[in-house]
Design a protein around this ligand. Sequence first.
Ligand code: FE2
Length: 220
Amino acid sequence: MMKSSGNIDDNQFRHEVEADLRDAIEHGILVSILARKLSEELGKDEQFCYDMSVAGLLHDIGKMKLSRYLYWRRDDSLEIEEMKYVRLHSKLSYEILKDKGYSDNVLDAIHYHHENYDGSGYPNNLKDEDIPEGARILRACDVFAALVTDRPYRTAFDMNTAIELMIEEVRNFDLAIFMAFQNMVNYNDFTDIVYNGLFENEDTIDEYIKLCLEEYDEER
Ligand SMILES: [Fe+2]
C-alpha cells in the first residue's frame, strides 16, 4: 500500500514517512503524559495510571496501516471515502496490539478512543458509561493534544483556546472526566507537562518506534 507515487522520489518518500512517524510519536507521548496525569487527578491506582500512559502512547498505531489516506496532505480535507478508512484506525490499533500481552484496560481504551459520550463516535457508537473509562480518559487527552500541536494546515491553538473549543464540543466527553481535565490544566506545572514533556516511559517509547517500523516494512 505504501508505494511512492506521483512526483515524489523514494528519498523524499522515506523522509515524509519519518517526519510523519515523528509527529505520530510526539502526539503519542503527549497523550500518554496527559492520560497518566488525568488518571492520577481522577484518583486511579498506579496500575491503571500506568495502563493509561501505555494506551496514550499506542492509541493511533493503526494509522500506520492507513498512511496513504492520512499523511502527505497539507490541508485537513478528507474525501468521504477516505473518512471511511480513517475511521477504521482505532479498531486496527486494537487488532495490532491485542495478542501482544497488553491488559484489557489498555486494549479497551485504545479500541474505543474515538467513541463520543453522546453515542456519535466510532467504531461502535457506544454511549455514556458503556464506553470503557480508559477510552473516555483518552478521548479528552487526544483532542486536547491535537489542538495544542501544530498541524501542516494550521498552527497550534493556545491552551485556553483549546479548552474553549473542547467546551463547544462537550457532548463528546464524560463531564466528570472533562472537569478533572480542566482542573489539571490550571495547575502551575501544567505548561511544563505539555510543552517540555516528562519522559517517564522510555522503554515503551522504544517499543512503539519498533512496532511502527515493523508495520512500515510489512506494508512496503
Ligand atoms: Fe485516533
